[in-house]
Design a protein. Structure first.
Length: 396
């Protein structure tokens, strides 16, 4: 089926590029009158095959938009999940939580991404003003809404308003502190729309991202093994460190760290949690002395170990159960740094509110329990301290 091959092609096209997709984020779909093919949870856009899509019966999916669900968030999401499962033809494949949004967009192909350049604007203070200035009055912008069914209902409502106002179907949907949906009846048109959006935003960026690599301080061999001991009271942890011009911009300035002190998107919370530890001491000895107090204090306050450490003079450090998890944490948090830096061109950083963060934190507890029950995949290198500069070095 040509359309499914096109869907696979465009999924891989964006999935392989870290400017658009990080840590398995984003999803894609194709639909006809009867069925919708949407990325199944756990599938990677970069390597997806036909088997990576869940197929749903649209005659069972369509009534969900008008159905009354529980006011209780946990109960509601469970009910929605069950209805999605009932509509799923490919039993055993769990469709993306955003399937209903894909279904109400009246184009055959939908590609939802979290591009860094887009979120530089979506996570900025002046997002609405800049959007209209750059893309005109026909923008469909959705203020931040908790993910899941509530977000779907908000998007559905906004689409209906757009149709009423402009007598046409929206092809681009901008989501504050989240990402973007682009839709069309061909993958060529989707690429064209995305290309135009990226070019427009890149021209609007007044302060380009620093992209140069920086050497990691020799003191890392003194500091990181000691930090590793502090975070390995219960289980031996893996640590990785990364340093470049962007990381240095935040690492060396407590003032700049204010912009990255809170997460910008739900994905950031899923992979990095919502609180981070910044160690701004001048010497390795001071770093370790304060870490001995601050790390247990962090655990006592938040109930979990920090996944992200920013250490002055060293760089960005991830704390994980294995090397693969550490890589993901580094990638996701460095992307947040890019978003914060780019937001300077659009009025400054606009992170999630505490209420929005708490909703995801509570939702993630349930996800975490499920992941623990299912077992965790391990990386190739476990329980090591690893330095990452331009190329990776390992020592343990």
């Amino acid at each position: 089926m040509k359309e499914i091959q096109d869907l696979i092609s465009i999924s891989r096209f964006y999935g392989k590029d870290s400017r658009f997709v990080i840590a398995g984020g984003g999803n894609t779909s194709y639909k006809n009158e009867e069925k919708i093919w949407v990325k199944a949870s756990g599938s990677s856009l970069e390597t997806i095959t036909e088997d990576g899509f869940a197929i749903l019966d649209r005659s069972l999916l369509n009534p969900m938009s008008g159905k009354q669900y529980s006011e209780n968030a946990a109960e509601r999401e469970e009910q929605v999940k069950n209805d999605l499962a009932a509509a799923t033809v490919t039993k055993g494949k769990r469709p993306s939580v955003e399937t209903s949004m894909h279904n109400v967009i009246n184009y055959a192909f939908v590609v939802h991404l979290h591009p860094t350049i887009v979120n530089g604007l979506m996570c900025a203070v002046n997002v609405t003003t800049v959007l209209e200035n750059l893309f005109g009055e026909k923008v469909l912008y959705v203020e931040y809404t908790d993910p899941g069914y509530v977000l779907f209902k908000k998007v559905d409502e906004k689409i209906k308003e757009y149709r009423q106002k402009f007598s046409e179907e929206p092809q681009v949907i901008w989501l504050q502190n989240h990402g973007i949906f682009v839709a069309a009846d061909s993958i060529e048109e989707i690429k064209s729309i995305y290309g135009s959006i990226f070019a427009t935003l890149e021209k609007a960026v007044s302060i380009p991202l620093p992209e140069d690599e920086r050497k990691v301080c020799r003191c890392v061999s003194e500091v990181l093994p000691a930090i590793r001991m502090l975070v390995s009271k219960d289980n031996l942890k893996t640590l990785k460190v990364r340093r470049n011009g962007l990381i240095e911009y935040f690492c060396e300035s407590p003032k700049n760290q204010v912009a990255i002190a809170k997460p910008f998107t739900p994905d950031a919370i899923v992979y990095c949690k919502s609180n981070y530890l910044f160690l701004n001491d001048e010497t390795p000895g001071q770093v370790l002395e304060n870490a001995e107090e601050l790390i247990p204090g962090f655990v006592n306050k938040f109930g979990y170990l920090p996944k992200v450490l920013l250490i002055k003079g060293i760089g960005l450090v991830s704390v994980g159960d294995n090397a693969r998890q550490c890589d993901t944490i580094l990638d996701v948090f460095e992307d947040a740094m890019k978003v914060a830096f780019l937001s300077q061109s659009f009025g400054g950083a606009h992170p999630m509110t505490q209420a929005q963060i708490e909703f995801i934190d509570n939702w993630e507890v349930e996800n975490y329990r499920r992941s623990v029950a299912a077992g965790n995949a391990s990386g190739r290198v476990e329980n090591k301290t690893i330095v990452v500069t331009g190329a990776a070095q390992g020592f343990g």
